[in-house]
Ligand binder design. Structure first.
Ligand SMILES: [Zn+2]
Length: 157
């Protein structure tokens, strides 16, 4: 009768965070301990280096744009134009992930890492460990309030 459960539901679940949790003190990183942050930073750094290498290699071996490679025959465009288009798209996508990693590293420095850039809700720990550069919370991704950082990531139901 007389127990009130209004404002005490925050601190009990340490393992799994399902719903968005409002930020109380504006420092989202406080809920990840130092060791976790170091681990995530290592993952970000590693993947950043890897992307830089891969982009460099792709640009070195990029097939030349081939405007004169021939018209579409049947359902096919020319092999040269196909290869150029695919490589171009791959480079663009890798650059896009690289940009998100840089932003995530910046948020770590600013102590706002793990916080949705749209509404400030926390991103769940499990999700960050899968894709540590995500910048939108489950709510924003599921309601499409913004473009998902990576399509094809099914988080929770
Ligand atoms: Zn959000």
């Amino acid at each position: 009768m007389d127990d009130e459960t209004d404002d005490t539901t925050l601190s009990d679940s340490t393992s799994q965070v399902e719903a968005p949790i409002p930020i109380e003190d504006g420092r989202a990183s406080a809920w990840l301990d130092h060791q976790e942050l170091q681990g995530l930073r290592r993952v970000l750094d590693y993947n950043r280096d890897r992307l830089v290498d891969e982009i460099e290699r792709l640009e070195r071996t990029r097939p030349p744009q081939a405007p004169g490679a021939g018209p579409t025959t049947g359902s096919m465009i020319s092999e040269a134009n196909w290869a150029a288009a695919v490589t171009q798209r791959t480079i663009a996508e890798k650059r896009s992930i690289l940009r998100e990693i840089d932003e995530a590293l910046h948020r770590m420095s600013a102590s706002t890492y793990g916080q949705c850039v749209v509404d400030g809700h926390l991103i769940s720990r499990a999700v960050l460990q899968e894709v540590p550069w995500l910048k939108y919370c489950e709510h924003c991704r599921s309601t499409g309030r913004t473009t998902p950082a990576r399509p094809g990531i099914a988080i929770t139901h």
